[in-house]
Design a protein around this ligand. Sequence first.
Ligand code: DAH
Length: 338
Amino acid sequence: MSLAAFLAELDELQSAGQRALDEAQDAAALEAARVEFLGAKSGRLKALQKQLGAVPPSDKPAAGKRFNELKQALDAALEGARQRVESQRAAAVDTTFDPSLPGNTRPLGRLHPLTQTIQELQEIMGRLGFSVADGPEVEDEFHNFEALNIPAAHPARDPLENFYLSTAGKVVGGPYLLRSQTSTVQIRVMEQTRPPVRVISLGRVYRPDTADATHYPMFHQIEGLLVDRRVTMADLKSVLRLFAQSYFGGDVHIRFRPSFFPFTEPSVEVDMTWHQGWIEMGGAGMVDPHVLAAVGYDPDEYTGFAFGLGVERVCARRHGVADIRDFYRNDVRFLRQF
Ligand code: DAH
């Protein structure tokens, strides 16, 4: 074999080997190219080395020198390709993932503090044997006033003290108003059930008050009603004390102050003290015999007690909320604390 022919084959091998190594995209392709060109047993470089013996002796030094250059070039190309494939593999792994970082927590909503309070009050009263009753927020005058012994001339019925709906004359059974008290549910329950009765009702009531730290035109009440034979004022006080102690904890005290409500006789204001200061929580009393009679209960056979407390008040008292408007601002910085 002439030197020229040998060198031609050598050049051909160099460019083919270089191309194969450059084009290898992963470790397997790279290994295949290495075996094909640089394989120790049957690689193409090995085959060319054998042909070196057929080159005329005078040309051997030149041929041998080129052969060594070729081998070094392919070794270097192999090494370069290895590094390239390895760094491509490393780059494909997501280096932005840091397992030591805290995870992304999904913000989790929670129940409004008043909803939490309502659920807790229902649960406490449930343990005392009271079931939950419901009534409409749009009421007629019979349930909001008359059946509760609030006659037509009573100041509580003043249109300026209530949210009357402008449906008068247009809808049967009216006029209607947004209920001003949950005592309406007492009537609705007694109309439908025979004694004994032991219910609570929790819900919204509406009064055209100017909003301030202790008033809001819409707020919530918890109403309680127990009617049975031989129910006394002592039962009322026991239930309210147990209720207060369950909600606030053991060191709460309650007291009654004489008061007046048309639907109870006698009537009291209920105050509670917890840690410091007395706070008025609502009203209570023995159900007036007229109210029992209005729903067809025999007042000589049955007596009962009723109470109505402000849900915002008990919740605000327990959590130290100074302004009940905070319950309605929907400021998550406030709501998140509950
Ligand atoms: N309904 C009264 C109010 O809104 C509160 C109340 C007082 C409810 C005495 C009662 C009760 O059941 O017996 O001011």
